[in-house]
Design a protein around this ligand. Structure first.
Ligand code: NAD
Length: 268
């Protein structure tokens, strides 16, 4: 039985992850952590997600519950995810990190620390999106520079980072295939008399509205046609199920930094 500690257990994703773990054989919730002052603190985490009590009380200190688990699942905020990683390395716990919005400096810290333990980190844990990453790369490879690539993402009004980690990853996938860097060819907004589109740029458009769980579209625009690839998440459960799949996978792996392409066997 894999013993998981869920950091951010009271959050939108944290609650779905706890719920999914409770329904999944072979894994259990051994600890739950929330930030100081959060209303979930002191509550039984089973009850928090609308299920029966499981005898695990939400705590505010990861270090004090770390020894109860073998694996940390973190869907929180960038600085919190780095702290979870630090504790994971210190206590030799495996990690699944779904948190997005890390700066390139913070990602550098992840790349330095994560291989000291077993860690899956992915901006989007859904199976469908990970298939999308793969086929978008394949399409970009086939179409090359002749087609204009534009990425549109839409999320709920509460999302804090933009563009989404998934949209960034889609952009990086295309830039990589074209031998470019997203930082150089990404166009983050357009307004005014900006002139014609340059052939290599990758446009990125962001929508924030209501309770949209997460939509991503990549447009490959040619002359006389366009090809669009769209993924729409209907609920957070697809991310939670992916995170639990990653947890059951990573616990068996040697030390290293992995992503969902590895978990799903999609890496070439
Ligand atoms: P949320 O704000 O609902 O949840 C985050 C939770 O973390 C909150 O409950 C918050 O109190 C808690 N938290 C903050 N500081 C903490 C600390 N020091 N210790 C413990 N808990 C702390 O946000 P959300 O919608 O659940 O998203 C969380 C993250 O997951 C975001 O970065 C989001 O982009 C990402 N996300 C990733 C995927 C994926 O598949 N990888 C899918 C959805 C969301």
């Amino acid at each position: 039985m894999v013993k998981a500690i869920v950091v951010g257990a009271g959050g939108r994703m944290g609650r779905r992850i706890v719920h999914t773990i409770l329904q999944t054989p072979g894994i259990e919730v051994a600890g739950a952590v929330e930030k100081e002052g959060h209303s979930a603190l002191g509550k039984d985490v089973g009850e928090l997600v609308g299920e029966a009590k499981i005898g695990v009380i939400v705590d505010s200190d990861l270090r004090s519950v770390a020894d109860r688990g073998e694996l940390i699942v973190d869907f929180t905020a960038p600085e919190v995810a780095l702290k979870s990683l630090e504790v994971g390395v210190e206590r030799n716990l495996a990690l699944v990190i779904g948190t997005t919005g890390l700066s390139s400096d913070q990602m550098g810290q992840v790349r330095a620390m994560a291989p000291k333990t077993r860690c899956v980190m992915a901006p989007n844990m859904s199976v469908g999106v990970n298939v999308m990453f793969k086929i978008v790369g394949d399409i970009a490879r086939i179409l090359g520079d002749d087609y204009d690539v534009e990425i549109i993402e839409a999320h709920h009004r509460f999302k804090k980072d933009a563009p989404s980690g998934t949209a960034m990853r889609l952009g990086e996938t295309v830039a990589d295939v074209l031998g470019q860097e997203l930082d150089k060819i990404g166009v983050w907004s357009r307004k005014g008399l900006i002139g014609e589109r340059t052939p290599t740029e990758v446009g990125m458009a962001v929508v924030r509205a209501g309770d949209i769980v997460g939509d991503h579209t990549v447009i490959f625009g040619g002359i006389g046609e366009r090809l669009e690839v769209t993924h729409r998440a209907h609920s957070r459960d697809n991310f939670a199920r992916g995170a639990v799949k990653a947890a059951l996978w990573v616990i068996e792996q040697p030390n290293g930094l992995y992503d969902m392409q590895d978990v799903l066997g999609l890496r070439e």
